[in-house]
Write a protein that binds this ligand. Structure first.
Ligand SMILES: [Zn+2]
Length: 290
């Protein structure tokens, strides 16, 4: 009797577990891929730091990258924005080139977060701003990786992030040392130019790399020294983001750059008009919010 009962109990449990497993499978097929799609997105934040650059990239893997950190006075603003985004560690920190409007707030960022990898081009500057960055790097026992063509950046699975410049060893103009970064997520891509000017653009063009990108962070705050016609044709973006301060003394963005973008029907987003701009991509579509 007891034996029989045990047998039947075991059979019942086996049947139940089969049902449970089958149930889970049905659920997996029905819901999980959609959930995954919703969660997996990359967001790119163009911080409003006036006449300067600071861009946060949050990858679906949880890794993140900060490209530049605004002027010296923007350091605290950048730090609190990152904290508001729940960030405690920066996986990839890039100082595109040693001008104050790009590396000014970098020392604050280095002091306030765990930094996994920091990249800067191989060029120095005699400014106090640059020295402050180097001191912050030393105080954290970090070593600077060279930003240059071909460097792969680790933002986790599903994201392809590569440096396209600088390509050359030395330039007359500090802007042309700018680290240029292209990232691809699914069918969408972003190209970040720093302050790279036409010399660097032409070198990149000559490499014959695929430059096509949905979003172009326009070089050098929309100055006419950047965004050459053939370069823009090769990138052929849907969105152009210009990081620029209202009524800046440089007259950025230059009218000729704006005209060029308008002529191609590209949507222009500007931090002086739109404030901080956030672009989100699920790998297929890009959404804009600010
Ligand atoms: Zn700049």
């Amino acid at each position: 009797m007891a034996k029989n009962f045990l047998k039947r109990f075991a059979a019942l449990m086996a049947a139940l577990s089969m049902l449970l497993l089958a149930g889970c499978n049905v659920e997996n097929i029905g819901e999980e891929p959609n959930e995954r799609k919703e969660k997996a997105a990359i967001s790119v934040h163009f911080l409003d730091v006036g006449q300067a650059d600071s861009i946060l990239v949050k990858a679906p893997s949880g890794k993140n990258m900060l490209i530049d950190a605004g002027n010296n006075n923007d350091g605290e603003k950048v730090v609190s924005y990152l904290k508001s985004q729940g960030i405690s560690k920066i996986d990839v920190l890039v100082g595109t080139h040693p001008h104050e409007d790009h590396i000014g707030g970098l020392d604050n960022v280095i002091k306030n977060f765990d930094i996994v990898n920091i990249y800067m081009p191989r060029v120095t500057s005699s400014t106090k701003t640059y020295k402050d960055v180097i001191e912050a790097v030393k105080a954290k026992n970090l070593s600077i990786n060279t930003a240059k063509y071909g460097v792969k950046l680790d933002l986790g699975d599903g994201i392809d992030a590569t440096m396209l410049a600088p390509i050359g060893q030395s330039y007359e103009n500090l802007n042309d040392y700018s680290a240029v970064i292209k990232i691809r997520y699914g069918n969408t891509s972003f190209l970040f130019m720093g302050d790279a000017e036409k010399t660097s653009e032409n070198e990149i063009l000559n490499k014959g790399i695929d430059l096509k990108a949905d979003v172009l962070k326009v070089g050098h705050h929309g100055s006419d020294t950047s965004t050459g016609t053939s370069f823009l044709d090769a990138v052929n973006p849907r969105y152009a983001v210009i990081s620029v301060g209202a009524n800046n003394v440089y007259g950025h963005p230059n009218k000729s750059t704006i005209d060029k973008l308008n002529k191609k029907g590209i949507s222009i987003l500007r931090t002086d008009k739109d404030g901080t701009i956030v672009l989100t991509s699920d790998g297929q579509n890009i959404n804009v919010s600010n």
